[in-house]
Design a binder for this molecule. Structure first.
Ligand code: ATP
Length: 305
């Protein structure tokens, strides 16, 4: 488990992380989302002692990182895939890490196998693609077989096979009872991977809730209804309080009314219905609703929506 209590980080007069209090539970994949500059990396860096909090604290399994006797056996992290010395082989890199942390040599081959790098284990890391470096970073995180894992943008640079592999890996690690905390900008991928979501905006907590709840709170839930008398139906639906958009000549998108109610209003209005269906809400829409006001380096699109 990861526990954050009033966690705060200021760089000069810039507050990167602003009083975060939350728990990241074991046995789940917790997605960590937020616009660029929201403070995700800084939060993760404080959890593994790479940045010192200005105030508050971050605990792993109830203890501060600095107080952990064998840190990489407690928490594994992929924070920056570019950190490996380019002249070293993948195997040499992991072996050095294992040696300095009292981890048996056999574990190196095991993790190289787990991430699918065994055939290139002896090659220089400098010749690796971004995706291969990501895999090596993940191997490093897994090396100490820790109960807590953190991954900052793990699918960066991975091809679709790699993305699927990461998703299965995260799910598998959580199913083993581990704490899996993962940041990503890929909403559709996150929707498939995470059970719980933590959303940051300008360093502050915007949401900490199960995935289904975050999506349900978003404005994405809607009903699609097609009728040759769409205009008449739209008028009636608006009169009973629905928010109605015209998506085609004969098609409406209705928000704020359950699907059964839309069907009944159509019946009462006497208009024929050609199609009546629920539009599944997406994490992307819910995320845009949540973060619209806290995009720091935005294009202004969010404000215009
Ligand atoms: N070492 C530093 N010195 C000064 N400011 C910093 C430092 N590290 C981060 N910041 C600032 O703190 C804020 C949070 O940055 P952080 O990298 O944690 O955000 P992020 O959510 O990980 O963003 P991204 O999605 O772009 O990776 C940003 O405004 C950033 O410019």
């Amino acid at each position: 488990m990861i526990t954050l209590r009033g966690l705060t980080k200021r760089f000069g007069d810039k507050t990167a992380v602003d009083g975060l209090t939350l728990e990241v539970a074991e046995g789940k994949v917790t997605g960590f989302l937020g616009p660029n500059g929201a403070g995700k990396s800084t939060t993760m860096r404080m959890i593994v002692g790479l940045d010192r909090p200005t105030a508050g604290e971050a605990l792993v399994g109830g203890r501060r990182y600095a107080g952990l006797p064998r840190p990489i056996r407690e928490v594994g992290a992929l924070l920056d895939a570019g950190f490996v010395h380019p002249g070293r082989s993948a195997q040499a890199h992991l072996t050095a890490m294992a040696r300095s942390n009292g981890i048996p040599r056999a574990r190196v081959d095991q993790v190289l196998g787990l991430v699918g790098l065994e055939s290139v284990a002896g090659k220089r890391v400098g010749s690796f693609s971004l995706g291969m470096r990501q895999r090596l970073g993940i191997a490093g995180a897994l090396l100490g077989d820790p109960a807590v894992l953190m991954f900052d943008e793990p699918v960066n640079g991975l091809d679709p096979d790699g993305v699927l592999w990461v998703r299965r890996l995260m799910r598998g690690l959580a199913a083993e009872g581990r704490t899996v905390f993962v940041s990503s900008h890929l909403m559709s991928e996150m929707q498939l991977t995470a059970d719980q979501l933590v959303v940051l905006g300008r360093g502050r907590l915007l949401a900490d809730a199960p995935m289904a709840e975050v999506i349900a709170r978003g404005s994405g839930n809607a009903v699609r209804v097609r009728s040759p008398r769409a205009a008449d139906l739209a008028e009636r639906l608006a009169a009973v309080g629905a928010e109605v958009g015209r998506t085609d000549d004969d098609e409406l998108r209705v928000k704020g009314l359950p699907i059964e109610r839309v069907g009944l209003v159509a019946y009462e209005t006497g208009v024929p219905v050609l199609e009546l269906s629920a539009v599944a809400a997406s994490l992307e829409e819910a995320y845009m609703d949540l973060t619209g006001a806290s995009v720091e380096y935005g294009t202004g699109m969010a404000e215009q929506r």
